[in-house]
Design a binder for this molecule. Sequence first.
Ligand SMILES: Cc1ncc(COP(=O)(O)O)c(C=O)c1O
Length: 404
Amino acid sequence: MLQAMAGIDSSLLAGYQAELAQKAQVGQLRRCRELVWTPEAGPMAVQVEGRPAINFSSNDYLGLARHPRLQGGAMLAVQNYGTGSTASRLIGGTNPLVLELEAKVAAFKHAEAALVFNSGYQANVAILQAILGPDDFVFSDRLNHASLIDGCLLSKARWTRYRHLDLGHLAEKLAQAPAEARKWIITDSVFSMDGDYPDLKALVAIAEHYGALVMVDEAHATGLFGHGGAGLCQQFGVSDRVALQMGTFSKALGGSGAYVAGPKVLMDWLVNQARGFIYSTAQSPAVLGASLAALDLVLDESVWRERLWQNVRTLERAVMTHGLQEWIPLPLKSPIVPVLIGDSAQTVAISEALLAAGYFVQGIRPPTVPPKTARLRIALSAAHTDAQIEALCVALVTLLRSFG
Ligand SMILES: Cc1ncc(COP(=O)(O)O)c(C=O)c1O
């Protein structure tokens, strides 16, 4: 039933209501649920709408989102610079914390220069819209993040999607484009819903063969892979051959916002052309202070990264012990572990049953993932204990068997 709102003819909203009802019918209705962290109840403890659970749905892979050093960085920045940045950078000037952060990111990513953005979504849309024109060709992995897809669409460039991680297919598509055309290959490094990643060394070699530029989204690799957590480009030894390395502060780095690193000429281009950069108020001091502290911390303390990878290995052992390989193929490539279910309604039901058992593991449904590939998405953190990972597998195997 539509609720009457003063001043709005509710019949004008009926179309939205009908589509929402349709989504609910096929198990694809989304809603935002209250989640409260309850650290007093133990590591990764939360309450989801009042129900206590261990959180296996957070991208806080290193467990830094509540770290005192990040909190201290944010608080000091607020004391020194206040709460708001007051305008876009081109209108209101640039806070020295931004310049410090960009210099640090450039060094971290072994790049000439860097630029920061308010969010990863905003960065990807803004970057792609700026670097691609209607005469350019863009090649993107079929499972790239929505922000990369939206950026490609908005750019009006000639857009081709290649099969997920299939570099042979990519090469085939590149060969069909005119040799003289400007070409960009766009890929996630770690895929956010699958946890896998491309062979970036081979991808860069193909790009060079066809004279294409490469942009890599390191949102889920930053802090986890490579020396000092610099990402997968660093791990594959191709940092200097990837034109744009984008990443976020919002996942393993425990804060929010995003960066892109690459040649100075491209940063200058973005400052002049990227609408999401030009027409948006700069990051607030608290966010910048936390990001600066997070970068220092991941470089100073490898213990969080080591602990996370130990947890990935602990989960692998528990998967074997409990015979879960049918649902969770081994070896695991990253802390993102999909448990493929297929049907959306069943995925929601299993996720709810897990919550009732004390584990918050979000169900991911189309359109976030392709049709008929709904899944549970386990995200491991350095803060999880061995006992929590073991107990999750016990609950999971029982539920998966009982759901058939
Ligand atoms: C691969 C990828 N890129 C970009 C983003 C967007 O980043 P943000 O959450 O900072 O907007 C995300 C996730 O949210 C992501 O998974």
